[in-house]
Design a protein. Structure first.
Length: 583
């Protein structure tokens, strides 16, 4: 189990883990830790009034690509989701919406719906942001005049019983109202039988709004959507450093965010402040609280369209926190990224091949690489790759296709990672697995969008493998299944690696499919460890090869029935921790 503090580090330092993201990106783009088990949040309630107005921007940035700008499921990625077997519900359908309570929608937003290809947003959005977007989604099914009509009817017929703001019945309490659907609100509180159907629903809509920050009068002087001021004796300060050698930005604002882990295990944002960057490139936030356990602060700013962040845990014994912000210029030259090692594992399944592709990518310049044009919405891409045209069952680790990873061109299966890679010298591991149709022989073509320094291939023994310049270098036995290892020196951007694969079919299809779920765990814990303690170097390609071999064996034992699910999950967690120390 990942400790609470580590989870909090991951949540708060997501931007620092990624290095930098687009200003329009959630921080980070898409889920950071897709391998974390979904948290039981059936009883989750908002810590403060949700703000549907703030939820609109969150929805347009993160949800509209699939659900469409009006909630009817017509987003730019909707067709892609449907092709992969996902179903995008129409959240503008009143018959569907009136029976859905905010708590249920919040849970789906938090943990995702893997069956419908919806990723979890627990790591990419704060708790408050998830509640904000949850309540905003109700607006798609709500008639334009419902709140105005409902407000007038409520004042005439219900205010005396429930209070002008609903306080006498707890209607303005988000914790009480979150478990109630619109239909439940109508049944429990809209008791006037003289109202028409339309009027009754209008009152229900208005009552629902009383527990949010967008329509009802707040109980305190705090503006809707603004956190109550948290004060203390501490200070968070730092300076902005342009690591590309350029000048520090001017006329920009630095944002401070504070979040903590509640006793219920929820992430609660308790502070948001903004200050202009000083002429000497310094910033300081004074009178901030430090008497907090399991809390963290992050600072961020937008420079030339890119969001840069840094964060750290709060130490109550040290009420001063130094958080320098390192920024970079950006470039659109794809040579700014290079693949140190491209590793492929290929295994035969029934009428198909299963391929796991691992890329160790690093920056070669002092700038952040971004694509010239946005790949989705306002978000530009970074590292790009092309998958075989007939690939199916595509799965990325550390982010979902359609969220962090965006398919931009179906004619050549070009996919971009929207999480930018900082030029700090540390490579990033990107892992994708997919299946390919296969009978007795086929070619697999992989076009390179960036230079590749080294290629390592593990092909199941009996699966004859050839390509120009490919050399056999040894063999491995994983769980009793032999693999042949091949190497290729390098590939240049624009070059296509064509692997010719064939088999005589001598019983290979009967072998257990060890790679069906290969590398279902990305080394997220290792990323956190790297952030805190630095990265130890390993021989070229060794980490990727070790990932392939060790996780394949774990998966083989589970899928062949040699290991029960409980033991498998425990061993998988142990492997993540071990890999974290290795990275």
């Amino acid at each position: 189990m990942i400790p609470k503090k580590t989870s909090l580090i991951l949540l708060m330092l997501a931007a620092a883990l990624a290095g930098c993201n687009l200003a329009t990106d959630p921080v980070p783009a898409g889920p950071v830790q897709s391998s974390l088990d979904a948290q039981p949040i059936e009883d989750a309630v908002p810590a403060a009034r949700p703000d549907p107005a703030a939820g609109e921007a969150i929805y347009l940035e993160n949800c509209a690509a699939c659900h469409g700008p009006n909630g009817q499921g017509g987003g730019e990625l909707a067709e892609q989701v449907a092709e992969q077997g996902g179903n995008i519900p129409n959240i503008a359908d009143f018959d569907r919406v009136q029976g859905r309570d905010p708590q249920t929608w919040y849970q789906i937003t938090t943990n995702g719906n893997i069956g419908n290809l919806m990723p979890p947003w627990q790591q990419a959005l704060t708790d408050a942001e998830r509640w904000d977007v949850t309540y905003y989604m109700y607006s798609f099914a709500r008639p334009d005049d419902a709140l105005e009509v409902g407000r007038a009817l409520y004042a005439q017929r219900f205010a005396a019983e429930y209070g002008p703001d609903g306080g006498l019945a707890g209607l303005n309490d988000p914790a009480q109202m979150a478990p109630l659907s619109l239909a439940a609100i109508r049944e429990q509180f809209v008791t006037d039988e003289d109202l028409s159907e339309e009027q009754a629903w209008a009152v229900a809509w208005y009552i629902q709004s009383l527990s949010t920050g967008g329509t009802a009068e707040p109980e305190a002087e705090t503006a809707p959507g603004v956190l109550p001021e948290a004060t203390g004796d501490g200070v968070v300060r730092g300076e902005v450093i342009n690591a590309s050698g350029g000048p520090a930005p001017t006329g920009v604002t630095v944002r401070l965010s504070g979040a903590r882990l509640t006793e219920e295990g929820q992430i609660e944002e308790f502070l948001v402040r903004e200050e202009p960057l000083m002429p000497d490139a310094s910033f300081a936030f004074e009178a901030v609280p430090f008497d907090l356990e399991e809390a963290a602060y992050t600072v961020s700013l937008v420079y030339d369209g890119v969001l840069f962040n840094n964060g750290a845990l709060v130490d109550p014994a040290q009420p001063a926190l130094e958080l320098p912000l390192v920024i970079y210029e950006n470039t659109t030259d794809p040579d700014a990224l290079v693949i140190e090692t491209l590793s492929l594992a290929v295994r035969q399944e029934a009428a198909s091949l299963r391929v796991v592709q691992i890329m160790e990518v690093r920056s070669t310049t002092e700038s952040v690489y971004v694509t010239e044009e946005p790949v989705v919405g306002g978000r530009r891409g970074s590292f790009g790759l092309r998958l075989p045209l007939d690939a199916f069952g595509v799965r990325f680790e550390g982010g979902e296709l359609g969220s962090r990873f965006i398919l931009t061109d179906r004619s050549n299966n070009t996919v971009y990672d929207t999480r930018l890679l900082p030029p700090d010298g540390d490579p990033r591991t990107i892992i994708v697995s997919y299946s390919l149709p296969f009978e007795q022989a086929r070619d697999v073509a992989l076009s390179m969008l960036h230079d590749v320094e080294s290629v390592v291939i593990l092909a199941e023994e009996g699966l004859r493998t050839s390509a120009p310049g490919l050399a056999e270098t040894g063999s491995d036995v994983v769980g009793g299944v032999p693999y042949v290892q091949y190497r290729l020196s390098d590939l240049t951007r624009g070059e296509t690696l064509v692997l010719s694969l064939s088999t005589g079919g001598a019983g290979l299809a009967a072998l257990s499919t060890a790679l069906g779920a290969l590398l279902v765990v990305l080394v997220v814990a290792g990323v956190v460890y790297t952030l805190l303690f630095g990265r130890r170097t390993t021989p070229e390609g060794e980490l990727s090869r070790d990932l392939l071999v060790r996780v394949a064996e774990l998966d083989r034992q589970f899928e062949s029935g040699q290991m029960d699910r409980f033991t498998y999950e425990v061993r998988r967690a142990e492997l993540k921790a071990e890999l974290a120390e290795m990275d």
